[in-house]
Design a protein around this ligand. Structure first.
Ligand code: ATP
Ligand code: MG
Length: 466
């Protein structure tokens, strides 16, 4: 297979070829860019594999492209710059060897083959040559092209070894399955379950990063279920793993909260790209296991799970090393996630509505998005009814807000003018007249403008002056 046509649409690739010739160095496009080119997925990040020194090559190329800012990571032998909004990443070919006692591989300069052999999944081992002798040629040493066509994530080597070397690859497998909507090879699942505990040696930042990439994909439940079924979730996020399971008591069984959560996360992912709102969906029922009670005659209850769930976030944020500036938002959404439905009944006071909009503040729309996603009934009539309930709540909120805006308004005819027209000194009476004008506007007797307010004042003035 040859990709010179696809490459020729992007001028920078032929510039790279020329520089590679000049420097007598081999360069390949590798990894995600090649995979996504075949899958016709858009991306704005290209990984280049340079046989030799990555940073030197990057610097030469940046000069030719007139790019000023080049980030060089000497320790890693990598470099990065942005060109026309595309991220260009460069790495020199390397070979890695792993020692059981150390988390970090021993890295040394390697050949093209050695570099490709150390990559995580067959779909990521594909390379396109940018060299004169085979410009545009696809190099596929591990049948990656077939695996892309068959939509399957496989490791080039035995997954036991691949995951033992770098356990983060377990999370990466599930992340790619989620992002690309791919299957995961059975052997990966077996190895993932056997080696799940090894994830404990990986830095939390890298794990959380993969978890959030799963949440950012279009069907996060794919990755979440893979994590759950291989017990990786039990290591990475045990509170979510605990949501699984169904109890049966008499005629009452409660639905599996983990599966419900997966559906809520998928639902919300259809309405928002905001990964924090998606995270809120993941954790909204996190305290259900602790609060579960069986009440005779009623069935299962989860009294207070929204408050306890909100309070669990401090621990969760610490454990996952999440940025603390997001904690209030997440706590708020968990704490309030049952409130809108409680307000859907016909008789609800203005003050209850006012309290909800005050508590939710700017996040009211996000809260309602979460509530809508939380409807997972299979009964379409029920779904329609529940959705309509939220419409009703939102129109009540709007109504009350409009009323409140009016209440905060001031009579268009000001106090000084009232005193002048009615020939009054500052007194209680001035206030009463002003209030009467405001009430007339609130009652809809007159419009909220100067002229009507002035005419109305002339009309009522005698009532107040005798
Ligand atoms: P994307 O950028 O879309 O997330 P990607 O495939 O480019 O996907 P990166 O994490 O950017 O993934 O890594 C670039 C390439 O480096 C991968 O395609 C893979 O070949 C290799 N790679 C990255 N991390 C690892 C790892 N932990 N083990 C083995 N190979 C890896
Ligand atoms: Mg990448």
């Amino acid at each position: 297979m040859n990709f010179s046509f696809s490459l020729n649409t992007q001028n920078h690739f032929s510039i790279i070829k020329n520089i590679a010739d000049e420097l007598n160095q081999q360069v390949y496009i590798v990894g995600g860019f090649v995979r996504d080119l075949i899958l016709e997925r858009e991306r704005n990040e290209v990984d280049f594999l340079v046989i030799g020194d990555g940073p030197t090559f990057a610097q030469k190329l940046a000069e030719k492209l007139n790019v000023k800012n080049v980030n060089i990571f000497k320790n890693y032998g990598t470099a990065h710059f942005k060109y026309k909004n595309i991220d260009f990443e460069f790495v020199g070919a390397r070979k890695e060897s792993y020692n059981k006692d150390s988390r970090n591989p021993h890295v040394e300069v390697g050949s093209f083959e050695e570099d490709i052999n150390r990559r995580d999944f067959t779909v990521n081992t594909l390379a396109i040559s940018l060299n004169t002798k085979n410009y545009g040629e696809l190099i596929d040493n591990f049948n990656g092209l077939d695996d892309i066509k068959n939509k399957i994530i496989k490791t080039p080597l035995n997954p036991q070894i691949t995951f033992d070397d770098d356990p983060l690859r377990i999370m990466r497998a599930f992340r790619f399955a989620s992002q690309l909507n791919f299957y995961v090879d059975e052997n990966i699942l077996i190895a993932a379950e056997q080696l799940a505990e090894r994830l404990k040696i990986v830095s939390q930042e890298r794990i959380t990063d993969e978890l959030f990439k799963i949440l950012s994909s279009s069907n996060p439940s794919i990755g979440l279920k893979l994590m759950q079924n291989t017990k990786v979730m039990h290591v990475v996020f045990p509170q979510i793993a605990n949501l699984a399971g169904v109890d049966q008591r008499k005629d009452f069984h409660h639905k599996d909260v983990f599966l419900h959560t997966c559906q809520v996360v998928d639902n919300i992912s259809k309405s928002t790209e905001n990964v924090w709102l998606r995270f809120a969906a993941l954790v909204h029922d996190i305290a259900k296991p602790q609060t579960k009670r069986f009440v005779e005659g009623t069935g299962w209850t989860f009294h207070g799970h929204e408050e306890i769930g909100a309070r669990m976030m401090k621990g969760v944020f610490k454990q996952l090393k999440l940025p603390l500036q997001k904690i209030n938002y997440i706590e708020k959404l968990i704490r309030l996630h049952l409130r809108p439905i409680a307000l859907a009944s016909e008789v609800v006071t203005d003050s209850a509505i006012r309290r909800l909009s005050a508590n939710a503040g700017d996040d009211l729309d996000d809260l309602i998005t979460l509530c809508r996603a939380d409807i997972t009934s299979k009964n379409q009539d029920k779904v329609a009814k529940y959705l309509q309930n939220y419409e009703n709540v939102m129109s009540k909120v709007k109504e009350v807000q409009e009323k409140d805006n009016l209440r905060a308004f001031q009579s268009p005819v000001k106090g000084e003018e009232i005193m002048e027209i009615c020939n009054l000194k500052p007194s209680k009476k001035v206030g009463e007249i002003k209030k009467a004008i405001e009430e007339a506007i609130l009652d809809g007797k007159i419009q909220n403008n100067y002229n009507e307010a002035y005419q109305y004042l002339l009309q009522i003035k005698s009532d107040y002056l005798n």
